[in-house]
Structures are given as C-alpha cells and as structure tokens.
Design a protein around this ligand. Sequence first.
Ligand SMILES: O=P(O)(O)O[C@H]1O[C@H](CO)[C@@H](O)[C@H]1O
Ligand SMILES: Nc1nc2[nH]cnc2c(=O)[nH]1
Length: 300
Amino acid sequence: MATTATTAPAAHRCSYEDYEATADWLRSQTEQRPKVAIICGSGLGGLAEQLENRVVIPYKDIPNFPQTTVEGHQGQLVFGTLEGHQCVCMQGRFHTYEGYDVYKVTYPVRVFSLLGVRTLVVTNAAGGLNSSFSVGDIMLIKDHINMPGLVGNNPLCGPNDDRFGVRFPCMSDAYDRDLLALAQQTAEGQGIGAFVHQGVYCMVGGPTFESIAEGRALRTLGADAVGMSTALEVVVARHCGLRVLGFSLITNMVVTDYDSTLKANHAEVLDTTLMRTQDLQGLVRGILAQMPVDPEDLYK
Ligand SMILES: O=P(O)(O)O[C@H]1O[C@H](CO)[C@@H](O)[C@H]1O
Ligand SMILES: Nc1nc2[nH]cnc2c(=O)[nH]1
C-alpha cells in the first residue's frame, strides 16, 4: 500500500514495548532513577561532565537507540546527580538530517518518561535571527515554530498511544512559564542578564544553513533563532506530560544581507559553544539548585 509523507509505515514507528524494553534495560544498568533529563546540543555536552556519581552508557550498547553521527555530539547517556537532582544527560542528540525519522529522533524522550523523568531540559546551538542578538548570547526558549511538524512530519503522526498522552496535545504552553521565569531570574542573579534573552526557536530540517531569503522569511515569521533540532523532542515531551525548559546558544548570526560575505559553518558553531559553555553550565546548575528536589512539591 502506498504511504504518504505524513504517515510513516508502522514498521518505522516504535512500539510501547520497544520503549519499555529500552527503559527496562537502562534500569538494569543503574540504580539511579532520574527525574530530570538534559539533552545537550552541539558542542554543549560538557554539562554532562558536571554530574556527580556518573554512570556512563554509550548509545551503541543501548537496545533500540540510534547512534550519533555529528561532530560535537559524543553519543552516550550519563546518569548522575546535579545540584541534588538525579539526572540523565544525553551527550549527543539525533537529527532528521542524519537520516533518522522523527520517531527515532525523539525515541529517548519517551524512554526517559518511562524511567520516571518529569522535567526535560533541552539545549541547542542556533543561528540568531533577531537583530538585537549577538554571537554568544543565550536565548531562553519561550516558544517554537516546529517547521517539520507544520508540514506533517510530526513524531505524533500515526495511531495515538494513549499510554503516553492525548491525540491532540496543546503546544501553547510547551515551555514551562515558571521554569522560564526562574531561568531569567537566575541569569539576573548570576550577573549574566545582559546576554540572556527570551525568544522563539524555529526548527528546520537542515543540514543546509539558511539561504538569505530563508533567513529573512524565518525572521518575518517571528523566529528569533533557528536550528535543526529540539522542537520534535519538545513535542514528544509535552505529549507525555514532561515540563520543558529550553536554551539556545546563539553560535552565529544568520546572514540576511546580500552585501554580507559571512558564511555559516559548523566549525564556527562549535567554537562559539567553547566560549559560552561555562556560562550555560552555571546557569543550568543555578536553576536546578533552586528547583525543589522533592517531586511532590515540583509536580503537583
Ligand atoms: O541543535 P543542535 O544539536 O545543538 O545542533 C545545531 O548545530 C548543528 C549545525 O551547526 C545542527 O545540528 C544544529 O541543529
Ligand atoms: N539552521 C541552522 N542551524 C544552526 N545551528 C547553529 N547555527 C545554525 C544556523 O545558523 N542555522
């Protein structure tokens, strides 16, 4: 039977049993039971090095897990404690441009949910579209434009599994407002408020960086930053009820001027992450330090 771009063949989707098998296997590898998951963006995996009592599990050993293929993404799960919170950190994420479908890209998020995770922290490297942003700024994500999802490439396409969430999840509250306010307040308290902004992240498919016309179009659409990840993970996280906090590190400014000779490139992206990695780590730590560890206080 012919299939359309909007509905993957069932064989490409993952079953509840697949997610459970991965979660069960991970439970057998560690006694840690994380409540917070952190997905590290390009060049931002250093956050996982901050965890205490680390248990490191390479993706290649994890049943049903994809492998990372992108420079700046290490390819391992790190369990451990950060500021009193039991965490699991993805040192390396998956992207559709690597050839993975939207179900594989978001596979870890449902596994985390089955492990008992309640809060997802996403980080990414992104190109700045807002002309008031500068390279090295941190953008707290207040909303997203899920470009693949808008054209039907959404990880929730296909039969809905009610064990994870509802058929038609709301996305107007995708990024938790309390966590966003806490992040802003923490940035001010740490004296880095001058380069921390709030804005809208637009996910595109990549792997091409934007043409000038595309950059201009995305800005007109209301995007402040653009990247090739995150929104799909957030959609799946919200579907299964996780709270989400997101950060974009502005690693380059998107070229929107025909007179410019600048050219976006991945080496520049990784260089900028080196420059700001300490600030971002400090900010995440500062936020976690103020989040109640007791889940009953946090998730009621
Ligand atoms: O979104 P993350 O994984 O941080 O990576 C960003 O950086 C890469 C481009 O340099 C792309 O993968 C883009 O999405
Ligand atoms: N699409 C896109 N992704 C990025 N990731 C880091 N910088 C960029 C960028 O300029 N465009």
